[in-house]
Design a protein around this ligand. Sequence first.
Ligand SMILES: Cc1cc2nc3c(=O)[nH]c(=O)nc-3n(C[C@H](O)[C@H](O)[C@H](O)COP(=O)(O)OP(=O)(O)OC[C@H]3O[C@@H](n4cnc5c(N)ncnc54)[C@H](O)[C@@H]3O)c2cc1C
Length: 451
Amino acid sequence: MVETEVLVVGGGPAGVISALAAAKLGSKVILIDAKPYEAIGKKTCGDALNLAPATFLEEKLGIEKPSGDEVADNVEHLIFKTGKAEFPIQGDGYVLNRHPYGQRLLKTAEEYGVEVRPETKAKRAIVDEGVVKGVVVEDKNTKETYEIYARISIDCSGRNFQIRRTLPPDDFPLLEYSMEKRDVAVSYREIIRLKEEDHPYQNKIFLIYREEIPEPGYFWVFTKGPKRLNVGIGWFLEPRLKGMKECFQEVLHKYYYSPGSYEVEDKGGYTIPTRYPLTNAVASGFLTAGDAAFHVNPLSAEGHGPALTAGYYAGKAAAEAIEANDVSEQKLWQYNVNVMKHFGLSHTKVQLFTAALRHIRVKGVEFLLRRKILNQDQFIDLHAGKELGFFATLKIAIKAFPRYGILFQLSKIVKGAQFFEELFANYPDNPHDYPAWQAQFDAKMKQVRKL
Ligand SMILES: Cc1cc2nc3c(=O)[nH]c(=O)nc-3n(C[C@H](O)[C@H](O)[C@H](O)COP(=O)(O)OP(=O)(O)OC[C@H]3O[C@@H](n4cnc5c(N)ncnc54)[C@H](O)[C@@H]3O)c2cc1C
């Protein structure tokens, strides 16, 4: 049996920052990961990271922004593209080499005293009288199973949310326990090196909507230096419409590079939980962050930045609870408040846009962009889950004539956004008021998803 104050399950961005923050703020922390030490931080990914979360970590924890071999290319523009229109948005950030960046964060966590146990797989939560007391783990080398008791366990195990899924629902009625298939995005990507000339996409990342790709999925082209690209494709698992690798090859070869013009350095696919975030990610002795808490942007599937951000809030909440000798749901609740405020509302509003996109389809997006029905700022606002003003909506109404289907969807987004703005302004500051709030949230979200 092992004992600690904080146990973090998973050494991805959410876990490593949770552990680092809790340790820096004074807690005794163990971080476990199923992978070998050297593989922690490595993940099949598009590798894009916004500047904002990197700046946030620098401000809150003094962690330097990605640099040197951690950065494959700097990004200045994010460009939305359809077959007929192109829409550039200023967007500072990086295309990373995730592995060295993740390893640096891991080593920094160790410098703050985090004990890392690699090749240690979490099996299930240990629960006693409605409080999470730790996790049963397996040493992958010896196959030995043992318990790690912790005052707080933080589930950062990614898409399978291994700890949350093993909690008994009767003891924790305010948590969710499953993920619907319609919320699972599936993606495939290759890192390619061009044999001849440099590519023309430096300092840019492209999200490309094309008819070949089931909406609201997209193809991406992300720069990784003059001759390298991270190219990939993603869409929702359901309905299952076509073969992903075949579609990837079709789009890549038809619009970009012929099969003989590049070498594939790496390839792989994975699933991503892609929906609005858990509106409660807390229980007594328990927190969850990152993919395990559905913190991925529901449209773009960017989850790295939210995982880093939520990781900071989770580590902070854990350390403060340990310091106060109170690991109750009530004490940890501030974590929910912080996450909802930081990106919970905006991700929820992006869910509205995602739902609308399923109806508007690529042709509708082209119509909106080509006819300049939405200007650049409005498109960014919609995409980022911000609200369109009433006046702007009115102007859109006039311009969209006679495409009232699109207009209807836009008005739904605006009304839904207004509803959620008001609801989130009243997000409860304690667990007792949460069920009534959640009932309102669930009813509206059900409506949105029916559209
Ligand atoms: C193909 C693809 C492309 C993507 N592109 C982008 C992008 O360009 N930009 C972006 O922001 N996001 C992107 N994402 C999403 C991003 O990768 C994730 O949102 C992010 O990694 C989430 O971090 P996390 O720490 O929550 O989980 P993860 O990074 O998945 O880390 C989870 C960790 O937990 C460990 N673990 C799992 N189960 C156990 C267990 N039982 N016991 C112990 N350890 C366990 C794993 O080994 C892993 O180290 C992409 C995802 C995919 C699949």
